[in-house]
Each structure stands twice: as C-alpha cells, then as structure tokens.
Design a protein around this ligand. Structure first.
Ligand code: FAD
Length: 492
C-alpha cells in the first residue's frame, strides 16, 4: 500500500514539474489537463482546487511555492477566499493584466472564467517592471516558474514569459481558462421567466462559455477594447513613430558583457543622439535596450530620418497612410533597426540576427504612437430586467501605455488591484454610486503614478488602495458625478 502511495506521490511531483517547465501556452494547458486527469482533480471545483492540488503534490521544492501562495492568500482582504464567494466573473483577454486580475479575483473567492482568443503567447517584446511589480510577482512564485526572473539588477521580462507565468499561477489557483475563444458582445438577460442572466456571445458560438452567466465582466483585451458601453478619449501628441526589434540572444559571454540602455532620453544625453545622427544618419528621440530572452530594442524615430533612410517610401500627412505596409520598406526597416542597435551598444553585440515573430518573420515592427487612447471611465453598472452587471476595464483597454516608457504592465497591475477592490466592495453591498465614484477617483490617479510616487512599502501592498497610494483621496470624484455618465439608463 505504502509503495502505491509513493508511486502516486512521485507521479504527482513529476506531472506538476511538467506544468512548471511548460514553455508555451498550449503546452501549459496540456500539462495542466494531464495533471488533473491523472491525479483525479476537478479543475471546475474552483473553490477546492488549490487545496486538493497542494495535498496531491508534495515535495520540498514545491513546498516553497505553496508557502508563498498561502502567504498571499492569507491576506485579510481576501476573507479567507470567501470575500466574494458566489460572484461570477468573466475576464476577456489573457494578456498580463487580464491574468493578473483573474488571480486577484480568484483569491477573493470569485468563480473566474477567462477567455483568450489566441492559443499562443508569442510577444518577444520586453516590459519594464516597476519594483512593486517585481515584488508582487516574486510573491506569486515567479522564480519557481522562471528561474531567471529579475535576477540581479534585471527589472524587465518578455511579455510572453510574463503571460506564461501568470497563466500557470491562474490555473493553480482555480481560474478556468479557455483559449481560442473570442468575445464578441454581451448578451442581455431576456424577458422570459427563468431566463438566464448576463452572458456573452463568443466565437465559436457553440463553446460552453456561451452558457456561462456572470455578475461581473472585465475587459482586458488590449488597446482595441471590445467591451461595449465605454467611450474613449484620444490623446493626440506630436507625431511619434516607434520601432521595436528583437535579435537572437545566444547567451554568450560577449553578449552578457554588453550594457543595457534603460532609456536615454534626448534631453539627458544629447551627445549620444547627435553622434548617432552624424555617424549613421539615424535621428532618434529615445532608445531602450533590454537583454532578455532576446536582445530587445524600442526606439522613437524622427520621420525625416525614416524617409531619408528609405524606411518610409513616401511622405503623407496622415499617419495611417505613412505607416501602411505598402509605404514601409521591410529591408530598410531591418537595416535601420540593426544600425541603431549596433551604435547604441557600441558595436559590442557580436551578431545581430533577428529573432522571428509568430509568423516566422524577422521580429521588427514600426508603430504609430501619435495618438493614444484612454477609457472615459473605468467601470459601469448595467441593469436589465432586474439583473445587475458590473463591467470594468483593466490594462491597455483602460489606459494605453507609451511603449518606450514600458508603463503598461506597472499601471496595468495597479488598475487590476483597484478593480479587484471595487468588486470586493460590490460583493459587500456598498452603495453603487459610491463604489463607482471611488473607482473613478483611483482611475484619475493612474496616469500620474510613477515608480517614485507610489508607496515603497511593498510588503504591505494589497488590493486595498490605501496600501499603495500615499496621500490617497478616494473621493475626488463624487457619487453624483458618476451617475449619468457611467450607468446607462435602467432597463425594464
Ligand atoms: P494585452 O497584453 O494586449 O493582452 C490582451 C489580450 O486579449 C491578448 O492576449 C489578446 O489576444 C486578447 N484578446 C483581444 N481581443 C480579444 C477578444 N475579443 N476575445 C478574447 N481575447 C481577446 N508594451 C511595452 O511596454 N513595450 C513593448 O514593446 C510592447 N510591445 C507590444 C507589442 C504588441 C504586439 C502588443 C499587442 C502590445 C505591446 N505592448 C508593449 C503593450 C503591452 O503588451 C501591454 O501594456 C501589456 O501587455 C499589458 O496589456 P494587457 O494585458 O492589458 O493587454
């Protein structure tokens, strides 16, 4: 009998290790499903899943992860995983912010279903992590899933590695994840007696998620935001054209010794940019270089320089035409990015071979940042036929970041926590308008947050905004200011 148990225990550890080591989205989901099947764990038993998994997988190595996750789960805001029990949430989008929000909501005890329209995590591009985000991710066991996570002074991570790690934590905590499912629109409750409540129209329409009824929906599907009811404001600045490029990192000693560029703004280092222009004809406003799984560069280039170097074929006043695929020479773009990368690193990187993107093409791209979007409001409440729905935005759907600054993930995580706080208040029965007013007050803070002006006591951080924002004024928006804008007229 003892032998059988030993075999089962070591099988559990092996299966769990396969999940930990999985290096793709599909591989992770497959390893998770095998683990559940072989260990007789029910992934739909959200409430008990984590406890059952912990009981099944015991080894000193995994114990360190359980200790971290237990410590997080024991924070009093979560009410021992019961603060939001009975609340059903649909999260749209499995980017870093959708996943990070899903984790908080699961810790609060919600039933969380997350849908993602793709089944690959392919973005090599690298996100800058503010110190609080590094601390936060360490507390979720980041190092267990990715040993190189923020080693030494490294403060960045590739988007795909971050998604992968957050996906694993989500699954372990009992978030129900469905890939290859695309959100199309909300379906209102119908008039028939006993009709289902709020649901979503998804593609494929026959997917089981279309039957899921929820009380809360989170829009985390990136800059295009498909969740209806939220108007957006546009910030139009002066023309800003960004280029991202990823080169293969062979992890050689020569590559390891090359210094990163963590953001050389023109005003701070004019000489660098003047020399770059004199030597190569490339005129930049800024450049960032991070050494991660790839050598990642993001730079803002001046239009005249892109025209002179033949990257842009013709000049057009409208940015859309200017950057349309027909007007961009891919050869010249590659050579532009390579030259800038070479100069920026003092010609120290031995070979600048492009990494490939999801389509197998050299991973270099040009983007327009002239105009960025932000949602007019962060949350709204809809009511149809007596059924309430709380809808909220997080991440790029809420506030689009300026990539060269890499603020998307840091502000995205703050908004994820603020949203979880609102949902906790909603479940606790706080007055609707008061809750929305508080959420909007916090949202007004978000664009002003920097790694310097938020609290430095990361150990104290929780979804409670008071733990993160010093001098917090959560009443700067008053309840009477949110009512007409954020809650559409009540239905029958
Ligand atoms: P995203 O990371 O955009 O995730 C949104 C997710 O929603 C995606 O996985 C998408 O497939 C999914 N989705 C979209 N529509 C639907 C739908 N209808 N139904 C279901 N799922 C849906 N920031 C930087 O700082 N530096 C960079 O170099 C950089 N490069 C980027 C490159 C690309 C191609 C993109 C899209 C974004 C980039 N960003 C970059 C932005 C950065 O990735 C985000 O700020 C960060 O990932 C947090 O975003 P998020 O989770 O809100 O959204």
């Amino acid at each position: 009998m003892g032998d059988v148990e030993d075999v089962r225990a070591s099988q559990a550890v092996r299966l769990f290790e396969t999940l930990v080591q999985a290096s793709s989205c599909r591989g992770t989901l497959q390893a998770f499903s095998t683990l559940c099947r072989q260990l007789d764990l029910d992934p739909l038993d959200h409430h008990n899943f984590y406890g059952h998994l912990k009981d099944a997988v015991r080894s000193w190595k995994v114990q360190a992860l359980w200790t971290k996750l237990d410590k997080r789960a024991q924070n009093k805001v979560y009410g021992q995983n019961g603060a939001c029990s009975g609340t059903r949430v649909l999260v749209v989008g499995g980017g870093p912010c959708g996943l990070r929000t899903a984790i908080e909501l699961r810790l609060l005890g919600c039933k969380v279903v997350l849908i993602e329209k793709r089944d690959t995590f392919s973005r090599n591009n690298v996100l800058h992590l503010w110190p609080f985000a590094i601390h936060d991710l360490r507390g979720l066991g980041a190092k267990h899933f990715y040993g190189k996570f923020c080693a030494g002074s490294i403060d960045h991570i590739s988007i795909r590695q971050l998604q992968l790690m957050l996906l694993k934590v989500s699954l372990i905590l009992g978030v129900e994840v469905h890939v290859n499912v695309e959100f199309v629109k909300l379906l209102e409750p119908s008039e028939e007696p006993d009709a289902p409540g709020w649901r979503a129209l998804v593609l494929p329409s026959s997917h089981s998620v279309s039957e899921f009824e929820f009380d809360v929906v989170i829009g985390a599907d990136g800059r295009r935001n498909t969740l209806e009811g939220f108007s957006r404001k546009e910030f139009r600045g002066k023309l800003a054209i960004a280029i991202t490029a990823n080169f293969v990192n062979r992890n050689s000693a020569a590559e390891a010794s090359v210094e990163e560029i963590s953001g050389v703004a023109f005003i701070f280092n004019q000489r660098f940019f003047l020399e770059l222009r004199d030597e190569t004809g490339i005129d930049l406003e800024n450049i960032v270089y991070y050494k991660d799984q790839t050598h990642y560069f993001v730079m803002t280039a001046k239009k005249h320089s892109l025209l002179e170097k033949g990257v842009l074929l013709r000049d057009f006043p409208e940015t859309e035409r200017l950057l349309s695929p027909e007007n961009v020479s891919q050869d010249a773009l590659r050579s532009f990015a390579r030259q800038a990368a070479d100069f920026g690193t003092g010609y120290q990187l031995p070979a600048l071979d492009f990494a490939v993107d999801q389509q197998g093409r050299p991973d270099v791209a040009v983007f327009d940042f002239t105009c960025m979007h932000a949602a007019e409001s962060a949350a709204l409440i809809r009511r149809r036929r007596g059924r309430r729905l709380l809808a909220a935005l997080v991440g790029d759907s809420l506030l689009e970041p300026f990539w060269p600054m890499g603020t998307g993930c840091a502000r995205g995580f703050l908004a994820a926590f603020d949203t979880a706080w609102m949902i906790r208040g909603w479940r606790a029965g706080r007055a609707e308008l008061e809750l929305l007013a508080e959420r909007e007050s916090l949202y007004r803070l978000l664009p002003q947050t920097t790694s310097e002006n938020i609290s430095k006591n990361f150990e104290q951080y929780s979804i409670d905004p008071a733990t993160r924002y010093p001098n917090l004024n959560s009443c700067c928006v008053r309840p009477h200011q949110v009512s007409p804008r954020t809650t559409p007229p009540a239905g029958p």
